[in-house]
Design a binder for this molecule. Structure first.
Ligand code: ZN
Length: 342
């Protein structure tokens, strides 16, 4: 043992300690000290490094929309990297995969998309990828009877299932199952994380119903740019009218604008809503049209329809987006908003 004194003798070597307290080690002992240091470093590295099985990199998941990506991240936790192709404000109905997107998709080990033709212009690319990749439509396990057909006897369904929170829990379950199939070594983790998310979403579902029911019955009409809130209206008891249909691929027609103006004026609707993924022009035309008929209808706010809000804000998460929409709708239509958030 080296003693903290002016000098000491070890194995016959005189060791001097300068005033700074630094140890001067004779060359003959240097090798053995270095060996010890190396052994200690190696031991630290071995202890700090994961074992071979833990060192596996997280699986890579690519989701088409920000909504799917956020839910996948909640379930996957640290065991997967999740990339969203479409960021905030992007309209999935019109989105075309770029060459860069195709490279990102090709490098993924698991691809998640909404299905039900939400990503209408990516259908061919996803179809091709499915021959060599695991491609999962998160809406695939929803019983067809719970989907909204766009017309009677139609087998084309409204893709905006995420605004019925209970249906989105079913989609989250499909995401969990896809992760487990793809990475069974973390099955318990995925199951536990899904259970926590499902509990949170069930509370969100209950809160949403209570909020919407606080809107006076006459005001309980949600008018938006495109028909993204049909499941929301069905689940939470609010009538939904929109200028465009369930897709934004066709232009807003003058006829549908005129019809909605008549409805707004006749029913004295106090507020209508713009959306974050669609130009506000058609909704503004409703405001002007109603004004020309002597009725003032205000724009009640911007709803987050086909994408989440900005990264780093509360609206950048699925539950934050739902809360934002519910509070915006409730406030503009004169509902009570007790306590605001859940
Ligand atoms: Zn849409």
């Amino acid at each position: 043992m080296i003693q903290l004194c002016a000098s000491a003798t070890i194995k016959g070597h005189k060791i001097h300690y300068p005033r700074t307290g630094a140890t001067v080690i004779p060359p003959a002992l240097l090798l053995s000290y270095r060996s010890v240091i190396w052994l200690v470093l190696i031991a630290i590295c071995v202890a700090a490094h994961p074992t071979a099985s833990d060192a596996e990199p997280p699986i890579s998941v690519v989701a088409t929309t920000s909504i799917i990506a956020d839910t996948a991240r909640s379930i996957a936790g640290p065991f997967a990297t999740v990339i969203a192709l479409m960021g905030p404000g992007i309209d999935p109905h019109l989105y075309k995969a770029s060459p860069g997107d195709l490279r990102t998709l090709s490098s993924a080990s698991l691809i998640l998309h909404n299905g039900l033709h939400l990503e209408g212009k990516m259908a061919e690319a996803l179809q091709k990828l499915s021959s060599r990749k695991t491609v999962v439509a998160v809406t695939a396990e929803i019983p067809r009877g719970k989907l909204r057909a766009i017309s009677i006897n139609s087998e084309v369904y409204d893709p905006h299932v995420w605004f019925d929170v209970s249906l989105w829990i079913a989609c989250a379950q499909t995401i969990r199952d896809a992760l487990i199939r793809h990475d069974p070594s973390h099955a318990t983790d995925y199951s536990n994380r899904f259970s926590a998310l499902a509990t949170e979403l069930q509370q969100l579902d209950t809160w949403t119903r209570a909020q919407i029911s606080s809107i006076p019955a006459n005001n309980r009409v949600l008018i938006t740019a495109h028909d993204a809130f049909g499941y929301f209206g069905r689940a939470y008891g609010i009538e939904v009218l929109a200028i465009q249909g369930v897709s934004t691929e066709s232009e807003a027609s003058l006829r549908s604008i005129n019809e909605l103006v008549q409805t707004i004026v006749r029913r004295k609707i106090p507020a209508i809503f713009i959306e974050n993924t669609i130009s506000p022009k058609a909704v503004e035309a409703l405001v002007e049209g109603a004004k020309a008929h002597g009725h003032t209808v205000m724009i009640g706010g911007q709803l987050l329809s086909d994408s989440l809000g900005d990264h780093g804000t509360p609206e950048g998460s699925y539950s934050g987006t739902v809360k934002h929409n519910v509070l915006t709708i409730t406030k503009a239509l004169a509902g009570a908003v007790p306590g605001g958030a859940t």
